[in-house]
Design a protein around this ligand. Structure first.
Ligand SMILES: [Zn+2]
Length: 153
C-alpha cells in the first residue's frame, strides 16, 4: 500500500488482500483536506480486514473529505453489507459494475463514474456493454436494486 501526498490531496492505494496482518499506511494529513482511497489494485477483504479497515477510518478527522475511487465489486458488496465500511461523509467517485456475455459467459467490468452514470444517489444512465467476441449486449451480473443500494444510504 502506498500513500502519496500532493498539495491538499492524499491518495492512498489499497492493495492486495486486506486481512488481520494488514498494516494500513500512516496518514500524514498536514495541509491535506481530501483523502482519496483507490481500490484498483485491491484483491479482497476478509472479515479481519474489514474490522481493521473500519477502525482505520474511524481515526480520520471527521472534517476530512473522503473519496472512494475505483471500487471493485468486492468493495461495493462490503459497502452494501457493512455499516461504516463507507463513512457517512465519504463520496464514491467511481465503482465497477460487473457484466457477462449471455453467449460466451465472458466477464466485463464497466466503470461507473459520479457525474456520468450516476449522480445524487441515482444511477441515471446504465452503460451498454457489448461483448467484443459475440457482438451482442452483455448483461449486468448483479441485481441493480441491491448493488446500487449503497448510493442511497
Ligand atoms: Zn460473448
Amino acid at each position: 500500500m502506498l500513500a502519496i501526498k500532493s498539495k491538499n490531496l492524499l491518495t492512498v492505494q489499497i492493495t492486495g488482500l486486506v486481512n488481520a496482518e494488514t498494516e494500513f499506511p500512516v496518514l500524514d494529513t498536514k495541509g491535506v483536506d481530501t483523502i482519496i482511497f483507490d481500490f484498483n489494485k485491491l484483491d479482497g477483504f476478509n472479515s479481519y480486514g474489514v474490522k481493521g479497515w473500519i477502525s482505520y477510518l474511524q481515526k480520520i478527522d471527521p472534517e476530512m473529505k473522503i473519496i472512494f475511487r475505483n471500487c471493485k465489486r468486492i468493495v461495493v458488496d462490503q459497502m452494501n453489507m457493512v455499516t461504516n465500511f463507507l463513512p457517512a461523509n465519504a463520496v464514491v467517485e467511481s465503482f465497477y459494475v460487473p457484466y457477462h456475455c449471455p453467449k460466451c459467459q465472458k466477464f466485463f467490468n464497466s466503470l461507473y463514474e459520479h457525474g456520468k452514470q450516476y449522480e445524487n444517489k441515482i444511477v441515471s444512465q446504465l452503460t451498454q456493454v457489448v461483448c467484443d467476441k459475440c457482438k451482442i449486449d452483455a448483461e449486468m451480473d448483479v441485481i441493480k436494486a441491491k448493488y446500487f443500494n449503497f448510493l442511497t444510504r
